[in-house]
Design a protein around this ligand. Sequence first.
Ligand code: BGC
Length: 419
Amino acid sequence: MLKLKENFRLGVSSASMQIEGGQLNSNWHDWAAQNKIKDGSTPANANDHYYRYHEDFLIMQEMGIKDYRFSVEWSRIEPEEGEFDTLALEHYRTMIIDMKSLGIRPLLTLWHFSHPMWFEDKKGFLNAGNIQYFMRYVGVVIEYLGDLVDEYITINEPNVYAIMGYLFNEWPPSNNNGFAQVFKVMSVLSTVHIQTYKHIKEMLPHAQVGYAHHVRHFTGQPKVNVKMARYLFQDALAIACMTGEFKMPLRNIRRFKKGIYVDFIGINYYTQTTINNINFDFSKDLPKNDLGWDIYPEGLARVIREVYDICQKPIYITENGTCDNDDRFRARYLADHLEVITKMGLPVERYYQWSFSDNFEWVEGESSRFGLVHIDYETQARTIKRSGYFYKDLIKNHGITQQMVQEYLVGSAYDTHQG
Ligand code: BGC
């Protein structure tokens, strides 16, 4: 049994490249064309959400979902440098008007790992001189959509993007130059966040603006390495983005003054990382999801406290969810994480589950399923999963009743399904 706090809001999250489909001139289409996606899929069709958004909003409405985090696609809005596509902008206007008319409140992300190829060709966020292009795009989006949307996420998970694309080389642009580039990209993206924050506040003083910070719970040995990994992966970045203080190894390119550059703390949490000397590992004891990630709900409370120490603003869990291809333990995962945050004394005000529907999971492609709603990629049929009905009941009851425990949680222990 669980009673959620009064005024606590439950929503769902998504990202344009992962659901929209369409022949886009973007870094991820280029990456897929180079056969880099593990299961051979591409984002070309994805969930066809660009044309089926109304159907998806109706399903959200049926599930009682009133909060939706999504992103608009820069490569559609500005497919060629300096050429803005009014039809794409009009499309997003119509889409947002539609979701609002169904009682769904938008939280709009401006960049979620995808951008136009012309920008990539200029070395993207590795080059501080390119920030001007992003700011111009932001200006156009706010001009077009600002009267409809009050809440914004500037950028998504700068640390994951920097590591995957510039150290592990699993994501575009895969430059293979190691840590120097990782910290450069993190510095540029922190600058992008602060400039975007300021720009939106100038254009829309009433807007609420933050960024989505990916945090892991770090554990392992030796402790000094654990601390260092945590600092380099997430803490230095959070301090820079939220307070304008750029500590080593990050660089304050625009000499921002110290201040507060978020109106809320956006937290994306999935798993923990175990440090084994200088290696990253998964724990031997914890249950795993279908990508082999540790399932560790208590870690969410710990990372929230760590970030709240840096900046005391309302906390939104902007992503939390799991890869559970057969929907065996997703309901339990959600219940366990919600229980942890409900017990905390800190102002956690919202929770956006990742994700509303199965979608194109970056380099894993279509075969890793994170959705409350199943997508048949052949027919584009949408089917609410058992965990989706659990979420619907969760919203309806604003908590977990005894009946829900019996119906969804009993017998859905993680241990029955180790990755
Ligand atoms: C990203 C999502 C992604 C999810 C699951 C987050 O890091 O923001 O785009 O699908 O994790 O891997």
